[in-house]
Ligand binder design. Structure first.
Ligand code: FMN
Length: 238
């Protein structure tokens, strides 16, 4: 199996440690590709909208984005991590997610995303871990991923791993090892089912794209939906 990890920070701190604990049982059993932000996606989206209106390969940051996208599409399991920064995902994570706006359902979602599994790890000192996970989940779900699980921790102590009380470290380790065991036991030759919310989003956008196509059959997103057969009877989850 293949795992692609997007690390929301380059720091080898608590978030890194938690991610390593989760990945430990997969070592030697899975091909793991990791990206560290901002190193692997160092620039912000400039808002030029070229990806939406013309082609994502024309983005000024395409060399970074397309490398990440290839790994995301090839993976069986997506792992995203971030510490809470002022109640949200790191700016580096947000900057990367902005670049994938063209993959949101109202534009050109990748059919490979439907049926994938994803796991989000976040942590914070006192509060904001859940809203941080939601920042990431928003993108994953609008990309078409239905099976998204998250594990969020509140340190309530020092923010250096070695200074966190042993009891708390053991608790976090145990939770993540159980999560990893669950993910490891899954049959990755089978896609997960697509949930009702994802299907509702798809059908709402399908209506929108059908109207847009009537007004302009050359519209980039409409052409993509048409070429995939989604305006007709084909569905990305089948
Ligand atoms: C800029 C910044 C903002 C932070 N904002 C929050 C926050 O809103 N809530 C919180 O509980 N912890 C916050 N923290 C603490 C982090 O979430 C995290 O616990 C700490 O940075 C350790 O994680 P790391 O070693 O992976 O960087 C913040 C830390 C930084 C550097």
């Amino acid at each position: 199996m293949k795992i692609t990890v997007i690390n929301g920070t380059e720091k080898k701190g608590v978030t890194y440690k938690l991610k390593e604990i989760f990945l430990e049982p997969f070592k030697g059993k899975a091909e793991i590709t990791e990206f560290y932000l901002p190193r692997d996606c160092p620039s912000f989206c400039s808002g030029c909208t070229t990806c939406f209106l013309k082609d994502q390969h024309l983005c000024k940051d395409a060399e970074y984005i397309q490398k990440i996208e290839k790994a995301l599409l090839e993976a069986d399991l997506l792992v995203f991590t971030s510490p809470a920064y002022v109640f949200h995902a790191t700016g580096a994570m947000k900057a990367m997610l902005d670049h994938f706006g063209y993959r949101w359902m109202p534009h050109r979602p990748a059919k490979e995303m439907f049926g994938k599994r994803a796991f989000i790890i976040t942590q914070c000192l006192g509060a904001g871990g859940n809203s941080t996970a939601k920042d990431i989940k928003d993108s994953l779900s609008w990309w078409g991923v239905s099976y998204i699980r998250k594990r969020s921790f509140r340190l309530m102590s020092d923010i250096k791993w070695d200074k966190i009380p042993e009891k708390n470290r053991a608790k976090m380790t145990s939770s993540l090892t159980k999560d990893a065991t669950r993910f490891l036991a899954m049959d990755y030759s089978k896609k997960t089912g697509t949930n009702l919310i994802t299907k509702c989003k798809f059908y709402a956008v399908r209506m929108l794209q059908t109207d847009l196509g009537k007004a302009d059959p050359e519209y980039t997103d409409y052409k993509y939906w048409k070429e995939n057969g989604w305006i007709d009877g084909v569905r990305p989850w089948k």
